[in-house]
Design a protein around this ligand. Sequence first.
Ligand SMILES: Cc1ncc(COP(=O)(O)O)c(C=O)c1O
Length: 271
Amino acid sequence: MPILSPESLRERLSCAPREPIAHLPTPLQPMPRLSKALGGPELWIKRDDCTGLATGGNKARKLEFLLGEARAEGADTHSYVIPPGGSSATGALGYVNCAIEIFEQLAAEGHESATLVHATASTGTQAGLIVGLSALGADIDVSGINTYAKDGAAQESDLRRHCHETAVRLDIECPHDERIQIDHRHLGDDYGLPTPGMFEALEMTAQSEGLLLDPVYSGKAMAGMIAAIRSGELDTTRPTIFLHTGGSAGLFAYRDAISARMAKTESAPDR
Ligand SMILES: Cc1ncc(COP(=O)(O)O)c(C=O)c1O
């Protein structure tokens, strides 16, 4: 697959209409205390919880291109239809843009390879990242953690379709199938239902780095990253980047579950 420079990929992206509403680029920050707590690889966090618009998150990047297209089509509110999660080839362009940011920020930190972990649901975020990173020839593996779908095979087929359509949109080759994968082990009983791993991930990330994740998406994704470090699945010779896709406002909806968990752990004999 021919490799594009960040400039040429940006040029292709610039052909799509866009409304610049997000606060970009978001920072890429080190997480040395979480890395130490886990005895793991060098850990970084890409702060897409800081994309602006109320409490930030991944939708702001997708909306830049979705709103751009709606405006270009002269759509009004009866309109233009935004698919669930903003996941279409147009929405995924926002994450092609994020892929370029990550590639350049990682290089500025002196790294050429990494593993990228994030929450996946309607798969537009993951499709944009995979398409963007493969177009750049980046040695960055994308590990999407399923936080949404009980039917994992259907979710993977959505991801493949979104990758294909996004690549066609940019007139680049579709990434190879081995790059298009989802880890289904951390969903728990269903979408939005707490898991012990999620609670632990929320606590560890807040206590070590002062960062708030959310119980539905980034908490389960972080649980996946922690499990992969502990099981030795993650390549510790390269840094791991956790993409924080936002959603921490969702913490308020889980107040009772979090209080109950805290009361239980605080009364445990070894604390
Ligand atoms: C906070 C948060 N993170 C991650 C995701 C998953 O993104 P995608 O639907 O593009 O897979 C969502 C989707 O709703 C979300 O709200």
